[in-house]
Ligand binder design. Structure first.
Ligand code: GAL
Length: 420
C-alpha cells in the first residue's frame, strides 16, 4: 500500500499552459462547442436536474439509498453516492489512484462505488451503466478507451449526473464536465529531458553538457486510444527533434511516428516483443541502442527485459541503454535505485485524487470546480475545463527526497521493489 493518505492541498498546482502554440490537440476534430456553450448547457442541466428533483421530492420525501434523488446542493454527503470507474488493477498506479479517491471521498462523508474493469472496454461501459442505474450522483472515470464511453455519458447527462474525467480525457462527447490530470505535455518533455540527461547531452539543470553522440535511440509511445499517449509523445518529440535534426540522436529503426511506436493498452509484454523485434531488425549488425524513450514504467520493464535477454548487461553500468519511464511504480523505482532503469516521472496520485474530490464536491454543492486550464484539452466536441497538476523527474539521486520523504513509498518498499 502507498504510505500517506493525502488530504493536504497540492503543494504546487500547475499553472495552466497558455495558448503559446507549443502543441495542439492530438486529434483532428474541430472544436464545435466552445466553453461558453458548455457553461450554458451545464446550467441548463442543473436547472433541469433541479426541476426533476423538485418533482421527485414532491412525490416522495427522501430518496432511496444510493438514488440520485435529493437536492445535491443541500444534500448530506452521506446521502450521495459517487461512482468511481478505474481501468485496471494490473498496474499498481491505478490501485493507488482508486484507493486514494475512495478513501478521500469517504473521509468527506460520501458513499463510494469503486469498480475496476480489467482493461476491458465493454466491462467498463457496463460498470458505468450500472453505476447510473444504481443511482450514482456523480461519476469519476479513468477510461480505458477514451473514445468508447459516449453512450454511457449520454445516459449520465440525461439524469443530470456530472462526470469528471480522471487522468485520461474522455473524448467525442459533450457530456464530460471536468478533467483532472497532470500537465501531460510536460510529462513528455520531462521524459525526453531525462533521456538527454542520461545520454550526457544535458546536465540535470537542463544545460548542454557536451555529449554530441551520435547516439542510437528508439521510441515507444502508449496506447493510441488514450489521449494522454499523444500528449506525452508530442512533448517528448518536440524536445528530442532538435537533437535528431542536428544528428546527435539517430532513431536507427526510422520509426518516429506515434502509430509506429504505440503500445496497445500500455502492455509490458507488447513492449518487450517490439523491443525484441527492433533488436533483430535494426541492431543485428552489431550496432548498439544507447537510449530508449519509454512513456510508462511497465513498458520500460518490458524494454529492459528484452535488452537484458539480448546480452546488454544487467545495469546501465554494464551496458544497458538509458531507459525512461512514468508513474514511479515501485518495481521501477527499485530498478532506478539499482542503476537498471534510468528515470521515471512521479505523478503524485494522492494529489490527483484530492483534486478529483475537491472538484466532485464543487459539483455536488452546485458550484463549478476551479479550472487552471481551459484551452488544451479539446475532446473532439468541446474544450473540457481542466485542472492540471505538476510532475517531477525521478533519478536515482532524488528517490529519497521525492518519493520517500513525501511518504509515497517507504524505504523498505523501495529496497524490496514491492508495495507492502
Ligand atoms: C496513462 C497515464 C500514465 C500511465 C498510463 C498507463 O493514461 O497517464 O500515468 O499510468 O496511462 O497506465
Amino acid at each position: 500500500m502507498l504510505a500517506g493518505g493525502g488530504g493536504e492541498r497540492p503543494r504546487h498546482a500547475a499553472q495552466g499552459r497558455t495558448g503559446d502554440g507549443a502543441y495542439s490537440v492530438p486529434f483532428d476534430d474541430e472544436v464545435s462547442n466552445p466553453l461558453e456553450e458548455e457553461k450554458d448547457m451545464k446550467s441548463i442541466r442543473f436547472v433541469a436536474l433541479g426541476g426533476v428533483l423538485a418533482l421527485g421530492l414532491a412525490a416522495c420525501s427522501g430518496g432511496g439509498a444510493g438514488s440520485s434523488s435529493g437536492d445535491e446542493t443541500n444534500a448530506d454527503p452521506s446521502d450521495l453516492t459517487i461512482g468511481v470507474a478505474m481501468p485496471t488493477e494490473t498496474s499498481e498506479r491505478w490501485i493507488a489512484d482508486g484507493d486514494a479517491v475512495k478513501s478521500q471521498l469517504e473521509e468527506a462523508g460520501y458513499t463510494v462505488d469503486l469498480q475496476y474493469a480489467a482493461d476491458d472496454i465493454p466491462t467498463q461501459a457496463q460498470q458505468i451503466d450500472q453505476m447510473i442505474t444504481k443511482g450514482a450522483d456523480l461519476l469519476i472515470v479513468a477510461s480505458i478507451d477514451g473514445t468508447a464511453l459516449a453512450n454511457q455519458l449520454q445516459a449520465a447527462a440525461d439524469q443530470g449526473i456530472p462526470v469528471i474525467a480522471y487522468d485520461r480525457l474522455i473524448r467525442d462527447t459533450e457530456n464530460v464536465d471536468f478533467y483532472v490530470t497532470f500537465d501531460n505535455y510536460n510529462v513528455g518533455v520531462q521524459q525526453a529531458t531525462s533521456l538527454l540527461v542520461g545520454l550526457g547531452i544535458l546536465d540535470a539543470e537542463g544545460n548542454e553538457a557536451g555529449a554530441t553522440g551520435p547516439f542510437n535511440i528508439e521510441l515507444f509511445a502508449g496506447s493510441l486510444d488514450d489521449n494522454n499517449a499523444h500528449f506525452f509523445f508530442k512533448g517528448a518529440m518536440d524536445t528530442l527533434q532538435p537533437y535528431i535534426d542536428n544528428g546527435t540522436l539517430v532513431v536507427k529503426s526510422g520509426q518516429t511516428e506515434i502509430e509506429q511506436v504505440a503500445t496497445l493498452r500500455w502492455l509490458q509484454e507488447t513492449a518487450q516483443k517490439r523491443m525484441e523485434d527492433l533488436l533483430t531488425s535494426t541492431y543485428s549488425d552489431g550496432t548498439k541502442v544507447n537510449g530508449v524513450l519509454s512513456p510508462y514504467d511497465g513498458i520500460s520493464r518490458g524494454i529492459i527485459t528484452a535488452l537484458q535477454n539480448a546480452g546488454y548487461g544487467d545495469s546501465i553500468e554494464a551496458g544497458l541503454p538509458i531507459v525512461t519511464g512514468q508513474d514511479a511504480e515501485i518495481a521501477s523505482v527499485k530498478l532506478i535505485k539499482d542503476g537498471v532503469q534510468f528515470s521515471t516521472i512521479f505523478k503524485d496520485t494522492r494529489k490527483l485524487a484530492e483534486q478529483a474530490v475537491v472538484s466532485a464536491q464543487a459539483f455536488l454543492e452546485g458550484d463549478e470546480p476551479e479550472a487552471n486550464n481551459t484551452e488544451d484539452y479539446d475532446n473532439g466536441v468541446k474544450v473540457v475545463p481542466s485542472f492540471l497538476l505538476e510532475s517531477d523527474i525521478v533519478y536515482a539521486d532524488n528517490i529519497q527526497s521525492l518519493l520517500i520523504d513525501s511518504g509515497y513509498w517507504t524505504e523498505e518498499e523501495v529496497a524490496a521493489g514491492q508495495a507492502s
